[in-house]
Design a protein around this ligand. Structure first.
Ligand code: ADP
Length: 214
């Protein structure tokens, strides 16, 4: 069982790379951010969870660990999976380590490295189709018609936490709580693949990841 862990600041492109990896490897893409947003949409999350996501703070380890365990225990994840947005704290990384150890699995960590200024533009310019999930960016990858999905004509949406104040909080949470996860993996002797995710196209970044994972 191979667990591909995508690490990187908000806006580093974890979601896009996860989608490309999923298509090429045929293993599920597990995004804790998407799972949390879906639960909130359905009214299935406690107030505290919705509040944390809306303000850019992290949800508690306990809630996220339980949610991820449930997802990874499904049969489609038996051979491996791509984790996007998890682990985000050292405690989550330790939890995953235990879970994998019991199943003979191992992490491969892909660290998407990207400049702070690019991240801000990516996040403030990000738009998503609420129907099919396709991502756009008003600066880097605009839709053919402004505000409308190329694929299904749906009106594009801005994620609630993609506003400047909340973006700052998310980047801060990344620096304080998630950066240490990289050190955790390095000192545990787990391979961390550093990929420059700032300049190249998503396909270029994906090419680098595939090359390094061979
Ligand atoms: P991004 O990486 O662009 O900030 P995500 O979609 O991964 O966005 O996450 C959105 C929000 O969901 C986070 O700001 C946080 O509140 C919550 N979240 C997602 N994953 C985790 C996690 N592993 N632990 C705690 N909170 C999480």
């Amino acid at each position: 069982m191979k667990a591909i862990v995508l690490l990187g600041a908000p806006g580093a492109g974890k979601g896009v790379q996860a989608a490309l990896l999923k298509a090429s490897l045929g293993v599920p893409h597990v995004s804790t951010g998407e799972m949390l947003r879906e639960r909130i949409r359905q009214g299935a999350s406690p107030e505290a969870v919705a509040g944390a996501v809306q303000s850019g703070e992290l949800v508690t380890d306990e809630v996220v660990n339980r949610m991820v365990e449930e997802r990874l225990s499904r049969s489609d994840a038996a051979n491996g999976f791509i984790l996007d947005g998890y682990p985000r704290t050292v405690a989550q990384a330790e939890h995953l380590r235990d879970w994998l150890e019991r199943r003979g699995g191992r992490e491969v960590v892909v660290h998407l490295v990207v400049d702070y200024n690019i991240v801000i533009k990516r996040l403030t310019g990000r738009r998503q189709c609420p129907r099919c999930g396709t991502l756009y960016n008003v600066f880097f990858r605009p839709p053919l018609v402004e505000g409308v999905c190329d694929l299904d004509g749906e009106k594009l949406a801005i994620r609630g936490d993609d506003n400047e104040l909340v973006i700052r909080e998310r980047l801060d949470a990344y620096d304080r709580q998630t950066r240490p996860v990289l050190d955790y993996y390095r000192s545990a002797g787990i391979r961390v693949i550093d990929v420059d995710a700032g300049a190249a196209s998503p396909e270029g970044v994906f090419g680098e990841i595939s090359q390094a994972m061979k």
